[in-house]
Design a protein around this ligand. Structure first.
Ligand code: AMP
Length: 281
């Protein structure tokens, strides 16, 4: 497996694979790989002849007071994991390679980026759609793989691809969880032992809310109150948002009549974690 750092190098590799008639799968990540990322890579390897993974901590998607500087970076270990699963190439550009000093162009999806995580992280999705557009232009994959863990991100990317006529299939892969239910995340490395235990309140409350719905509850207010109380009882937790929204439009709903996305963002100590479930009714 090769690790390349320049746009020229990855383009040359893509060109030769294309010339050999190979299909290309792409897995964009910020590294510090875990089983969640690896599940996307596995799916790409299964469905394509050649799999490229990018590892790039993208500065434009971090707010000024967020964790860009301390975000975990460990390219060597990531490379080992990616090679083991069968990734063909890692593209790990520098910030300068992606955003030279003269950089001026941004891609923005309106509407669905202004709710949920977009509300507390203004500009975040603009950074995501910008870097993903650039990566798509560089790699020109047939298919690209994203995790349901970032439910809003997948919707935003799908919207961008549709609106800008990008000829790429966006594949959504299920959330990979630790044995006790905590959604895997590179940011879990920030959690102390006690915080790690407290963080379980996210998945636990989502699963219980799901159970309420499957048992017939249709009033979103009751369900949201339940989740809120459960999280409020955990003194290390501070709610950013808890929302029940339409799975496509992300509009808030008050009474469940069709499939619903329950999404939340909660700070545990200093670490902001997200999780979600889609409940099919
Ligand atoms: P990140 O490195 O956090 O930007 O994530 C890269 C990709 O991996 C995104 O498409 C995420 O949605 C996906 N991902 C992250 N965590 C998980 C998880 N626990 N399960 C499934 N996919 C995940």
């Amino acid at each position: 497996m090769r690790v390349v750092e320049t746009i020229n190098d990855i383009r040359a590799i893509v060109k030769s694979q294309r010339a050999a008639g190979k299909s290309i799968g792409f897995v964009p990540t910020m590294g510090c790989l875990h089983e969640g990322h690896i599940s996307l890579a596995r799916e790409s390897i299964r469905e394509n002849d050649f799999t490229i993974m990018s590892i790039f901590v993208n500065p434009t998607q971090f707010g000024v007071n967020e964790d860009f500087d301390k975000y975990p970076r460990r390219l060597e270990e990531d490379s080992r994991m990616a090679e083991e699963v069968g990734v063909d190439v890692i593209f790990a550009p520098s910030v300068k390679e992606m955003y030279p000093g003269s950089y001026k162009t941004f891609v923005n999806v309106e509407g669905i980026t202004e709710v949920l995580c977009g509300k507390s992280r203004p500009g975040h999705f603009r950074g995501v759609t910008t870097v993903v557009s650039k990566l798509f232009n560089i790699v020109q994959p047939d298919k690209a793989y994203f995790g349901q863990k970032d439910a809003q991100q997948v919707l935003v990317i799908k919207k961008m691809v549709k609106d800008l006529d990008m000829n790429i299939d966006i594949i959504t892969c299920p959330i990979v969880r630790e044995h006790d239910g905590l959604a895997m995340s590179s940011r879990n490395v920030y959690l102390s032992g006690e915080e790690r235990k407290a963080a379980l309140v996210l998945s636990k409350s989502l699963f219980e809310a799901e159970k309420m719905i499957l048992n017939g509850e249709r009033d979103c207010k009751k369900i949201l109150n339940y989740i809120n109380e459960k999280i409020a009882a955990e003194n290390r937790a501070q709610v950013d948002y808890i929302s029940m929204v339409d799975v496509e439009s992300l509009e808030e709903i008050s009474e469940i009549q069709r499939n619903v996305l329950i999404a939340l963002a909660v700070k545990i100590g200093g670490t902001r974690l997200i999780d979600n479930v889609i409940v099919e009714v």
